[in-house]
Design a protein around this ligand. Structure first.
Ligand SMILES: [Ca+2]
Ligand SMILES: [Ca+2]
Length: 567
């Protein structure tokens, strides 16, 4: 019996260049089963290992090669790759593409940011000419052929058919620059949460702690996955093959049968009521599904998603005028991120609007891609700031005058009459500043005098009849001063316009009214005060209020005459 294994020579070289050949102690032959095995003990060096099998026999020998490795550490899963094709048979005659998948994971954790390249061997063209293999890079971006982003499954469409026959796949997975990341669920001890947590303990704030970690309570959201850099690795795998039994009628290599892929990740990232704009983002499709450049985009917007039935062809596409940023006539390379700012028309009525967007791409042969997912946005009309701002009232001068006049009437009928007269007089003159100053002075004087009069009167009343007379005089003076202040202040109000001034006027008048009331309480002692006050109230000069009631009556009489002359 010919010992075929004896005719084979196997040489293995590690990344350092160290050679493991027949002289290596782990080199062994099993003559019964015709197996040559080379065992390399201890932890294998990371990097590229190579093997060489030499046949020393005079005739060809069929050889099956198997390479197996074990995890380098207990508890650390090895990095495993796998590959798949969309089917063992591809119905290209009906426009079906081939989809290539590659998966890389450590245990059950996906590894992202790995460079995954596919080489697809192609059959000869219909004329029998051999065709070069095609290289494509598989992506884990959730666009095009890839269903889910960052799940460790890398995908891509293959459309470069050459004819009927077998299309063979080989995949390489590389993490040479250290960019790959292992996504792990965050390690929180959910599995160690006791089946029963005493609610009384929770109410006391006693949250269970196990191994120094505070346990998550029911309802707490599951934490974001943890991530860790993946070790440097390189894997190669054969991905099997798919057969194309038939080609489309009248087809020849180079004909464009494939449209851009449907966009499946369209989102509205923001919108502006003020600018009437919305920002759309999506991954660019290609000329042929997810490869190359599409020719242009068609963007449609509707106020109801129902309008997108039948591919939304009843909705007019946005023209270039409505595109504020981005060029619908110049799509980016497939896989790149597109950002468009589009104008939306805000209706005049209503306080909440919904907009629904959908996009499809068209290639340079006029092949239309399927409609995208529908991205929606709801815009609330903002509440105008003016409706919640404090009301700033600017009291008209007439209102202020009326208010003050009413207060003055309460204080004294005479004062009202005089106030109106004084206001008219003051309003017809230009002495605004003088009137204001006079009003302020009059108010101060009136208050002081009223207080003095009240105090003096109180003292006098409890002592002698002479004191009563003095009190009467003081009362008269106070009343006179008070009403004068009211009149003068009203005059000032007539020439001012701001609310603040109106308030000052009201305050002055109130003070004056209070002074008058105080004085009026004294009037019971002498009914003649009514007469005096009528005369004295015409005085526009509060400084004179220090004079006696008799003198004031005289001066006031003169003033009335002057006022009458002015009229
Ligand atoms: Ca994926
Ligand atoms: Ca195409």
């Amino acid at each position: 019996m010919l010992l075929l294994c004896r005719t084979l020579q196997i040489v293995i070289t590690n990344p350092n260049g160290t050679v493991f050949d027949v002289s290596h102690e782990g080199y062994g032959e099993d003559l019964t089963f015709q197996i040559v095995a080379v065992r390399i003990p201890e932890t294998a060096m990371p990097g590229f290992w190579s093997y060489k099998v030499t046949n020393n026999h005079s005739s060809a020998i069929g050889v099956l090669i198997t390479i197996s490795t074990l995890a380098s550490q207990d508890g650390v899963d090895p990095i495993i790759v796998s590959s798949e094709l969309s089917g063992s048979i591809t119905d290209f005659a009906k426009g079906e593409p081939l989809i290539v998948f590659g998966e890389v994971r450590q245990g059950t954790y996906p590894i992202i940011n790995v460079t995954v390249n596919a080489t697809i061997e192609r059959p000869p063209d219909p004329n029998g000419n051999p065709q070069d293999p095609v290289q494509i890079t598989l992506l884990d971006d959730g666009a095009g052929a890839d269903v889910t982003k960052n799940d460790g499954i890398y995908s891509r469409y293959f459309t470069n058919f050459t004819g009927v026959g077998f299309y063979g796949l080989k995949l390489t997975f590389l993490n040479e620059n250290g960019s790959a990341i292992i996504l792990r669920p965050a390690e929180l001890p959910f599995s160690r949460v006791p089946a029963y947590v005493d609610p009384q303990e929770l109410l006391k704030g006693n949250i269970p702690i196990i191994d120094g970690t505070i346990l998550p309570l029911p309802g707490v959201p599951v934490p974001e996955p943890d991530s860790a850099p993946a070790p440097s690795f390189s894997r190669g795998i054969s991905g099997g093959s798919s057969r194309v039994p038939e080609i489309p009628e009248n087809w020849s290599p180079g004909d464009d049968l494939f449209p851009p892929n449907a966009i499946l990740d369209l989102i509205v990232t923001s919108s502006s009521y003020e600018n009437e704009t919305a920002i759309l983002q999506f991954t660019a499709p290609g000329d042929d599904l997810d490869s190359g450049y599409a020719s242009f985009y068609v963007i449609r917007v509707a106020e109801s998603s129902n309008h997108f039935k039948n591919n939304g062809t009843s909705i007019l596409p946005l023209n270039t005028d409505a595109i504020i940023q981005g060029n619908i006539l110049s799509p980016k390379l497939s896989g790149e991120r597109e950002v468009f700012v589009v104008r939306i028309s805000i209706p005049e009525k209503g306080n909440m609007f919904s907009y629904h967007f959908a996009i499809h791409a068209v290639d340079n042969f006029g092949n239309e891609g399927d409609i995208s997912n529908i991205a929606s946005v709801t815009i609330d009309v903002p509440i105008p700031l003016t409706s919640i701002a404090p009301v700033t009232t600017k009291l008209p001068s007439t209102t202020a005058t009326t208010t003050v006049a009413t207060t003055a009437t309460t204080a004294s009928t005479t004062a009202t009459t005089t106030a109106t007269t004084a206001a008219t007089t003051a309003a017809t003159t230009t002495a605004t500043t003088t009137a204001t100053t006079t009003a302020t002075t009059a108010k101060t004087t009136a208050t002081t005098t009223a207080k003095t009069a009240a105090t003096t009167t109180a003292a006098a009343t409890t002592t002698t009849a002479a004191a009563t007379t003095i009190a009467t005089t003081a009362s008269t003076t106070a009343t006179t001063t008070a009403t004068t202040a009211a009149a003068t202040t009203t005059a000032a109000t007539a020439t001012t316009t701001t609310a603040a001034d109106a308030t000052t006027t009201a305050a002055a008048t109130t003070t004056a009214a209070a002074a008058t009331t105080t004085a009026d309480s004294r009037n019971y002692n002498n009914s003649s005060n009514t007469h005096n006050s009528k005369n004295s109230s015409n005085n526009n000069n509060g400084n004179n209020s220090n004079n006696s009631g008799h003198n004031r009556s005289y001066r006031n009489t003169v003033d009335i005459a002057e006022n009458d002359r002015r009229r």
